[in-house]
Write a protein that binds this ligand. Structure first.
Ligand SMILES: Nc1ncnc2c1ncn2[C@@H]1O[C@H](COP(=O)(O)OP(=O)(O)OP(=O)(O)O)[C@@H](O)[C@H]1O
Ligand SMILES: [Mg+2]
Length: 220
């Protein structure tokens, strides 16, 4: 199964969502995490520098916390600029064959890599921050999903309250990930927040929310 995390607005929590979903899912499933952002947000979250070499999609991976992470590399930029969507979809689907779940992090645009990741997806998850531009972005995403005949779930990211928005292809679930310092602290250490709190806090909170998100995302 392929779970693609998407929102063309930058900085809304896509990478954070992908990394933490992969972490909670990896406790029970064989999980891959594919960084499709040439900027390498997911790779950076695990302390991996963007590779200056060029690989094919899925050619290079490293196992961290029981997640098979496919870091960003120079080949992504070439595909973003000159690749064919259908070819990328084929590559992504063949990577997914090796896993129960392949989680994909996407760049903040609707270019070749994001669209191919969306087409490949069995489930699409969109974090949305409670700001006018992020809400506008999810409206546009809704139109795009409709034209591709796909559905997505969305949730409130960096917000104390869930969001409600009536869209056609995007369904808002009543879940919010509140703002927390835990995210910047953990990302500095190259650890998913839901892993970091297991060690640091007596009563973990964030992991439970991502578990809930994983449950709805996989079942919707
Ligand atoms: N719930 C949260 N509370 C506080 N900070 C958060 C939360 N979620 C994410 N962040 C922080 O917000 C920043 C942006 O998050 P993230 O990188 O996940 O967004 P993104 O959508 O992947 O961005 P980009 O579009 O640039 O790839 C990061 O520094 C991250 O640590
Ligand atoms: Mg990112």
């Amino acid at each position: 199964m392929i779970v693609t995390v998407i929102n063309q607005k930058g900085g809304v929590g896509k990478t954070t969502t992908a990394v933490n979903l992969a972490y909670v899912l990896s406790k029970q499933k064989n999980v891959g995490l594919l960084d499709m952002d040439p900027e390498g947000g997911t790779s950076f979250s695990f302390g991996i520098r963007r590779d200056k070499k060029e690989y094919g999609i899925g050619d290079k991976s490293v196992n961290i916390f029981n997640i098979e992470v496919f870091p960003a590399h120079l080949g992504l930029l070439k595909l973003e600029l000159g690749g064919e969507v259908e070819d990328v979809v084929k590559s992504v689907k063949s990577v997914a064959e090796n896993f129960d779940v392949l989680v994909i992090d996407t760049p903040p645009n609707l270019g070749t890599l994001a669209v191919a990741s969306m087409i490949s997806a069995d489930k699409v998850v969109s974090p949305v921050t409670p700001q006018p531009l992020a809400i506008e972005a999810v409206r546009n995403l809704d139109s795009r999903l409709q034209s591709l005949e796909k559905k997505a779930i969305a949730f409130a990211s960096m917000s104390k309250r869930p969001l409600e928005l009536d869209l056609k292809a995007v369904k808002f679930v009543q879940l919010s990930i509140p703002p927390s310092k835990l995210f910047s602290e953990s990302s500095r250490l190259g650890v998913p927040a839901s892993r970091y709190e297991e060690i640091k806090l007596k009563r973990p909170r964030v992991g439970r929310l991502y578990e809930e998100l994983a449950k709805v995302a996989l079942s919707e």
